[in-house]
Design a protein around this ligand. Structure first.
Ligand code: PGA
Length: 231
């Protein structure tokens, strides 16, 4: 047991997560690091396509992504919902309306994530399904930059609900038909890859921590217990 703990304290943990997970993973890491102060962590935050490249190149211990690839052999487990919602400025005229038809999106200047983004792909496939063409006013490779553009009145967009963690009062979420787009975050690694003790401990920690999140805004998790050490 003591030897185990020692090993844990000296470990290295390499994580790569999709951009929308950056609103939650660093906070959860804070608690993990308090439990295991000697673990050094590197956290890469990038889009879906780059996460897949990293996974294929076996560059990290664990990955967080929203869509598990079918052309790569991956072990994965769902751990948290990741709903995508329509963001508009607080004072947008549609903010007061209910059950807005999705066709109305075609009239709004739209801000779109970059190619390679999983969010973009999910949005595009919903729009295609309903035969809707949006007017893309601006294409941006960052959720945060998109939020600033929305706040600045440039248009509307569809982003993960999680990106609202700290500044929800600056935006309205439109009550639009076919939204939220339901997505899930998965914790994943290449199938057959032997995980280190540190990686297994973090994996368990994350599943436990996610179970305690009842409200998506409630991620402070002050009472997360020390997870069991792997046997
Ligand atoms: P993204 O990933 O950062 O590539 O948009 C988010 C997602 O796939 O839900």
């Amino acid at each position: 047991k003591v030897a185990d703990l020692k090993g844990l304290k000296q470990g290295q943990l390499r994580l790569a997560v999709i951009t929308t997970a950056k609103y939650i993973i660093p906070r959860l890491l804070g608690q993990f690091c308090q439990l295991y102060p000697g673990i050094d962590i590197s956290l890469q935050v990038t889009n879906h396509e780059r996460i897949l490249e990293r996974m294929i190149g076996n560059m990290d211990d664990l990955y967080i992504l929203s869509q598990v690839p079918d052309h790569v052999d991956v072990s994965f487990e769902a751990f948290l919902e990741n709903p995508l919602v329509v963001f508009a400025p607080v004072n947008h005229p549609l903010a007061q309306e209910k059950n807005i038809p999705i066709e109305r999106l075609a009239n709004e200047p739209f801000i779109m994530r970059e190619p390679g983004s999983g969010t973009r792909r999910a949005v595009q496939s919903l729009l295609d399904e309903h035969g809707i063409k949006v007017k893309v006013k601006l294409e941006l490779g960052s959720n945060e930059a998109i939020k600033q553009a929305i706040a600045g009145g440039l248009g509307v967009s569809v982003l993960s609900r999680h990106t609202l963690l700290t500044d929800a009062h600056e935006f309205s979420i439109l009550d639009m038909q076919h939204f939220p787009i339901k997505r899930t975050w998965y914790i994943a690694h290449p199938a057959g890859k032997q995980l280190s003790i540190v990686a297994r401990t973090y994996y368990q920690y994350l599943l436990e921590a996610a179970k305690k999140i009842v409200d998506l805004e409630d991620i402070a998790l002050p009472t997360t217990p020390v997870p069991k050490l792997p046997e």
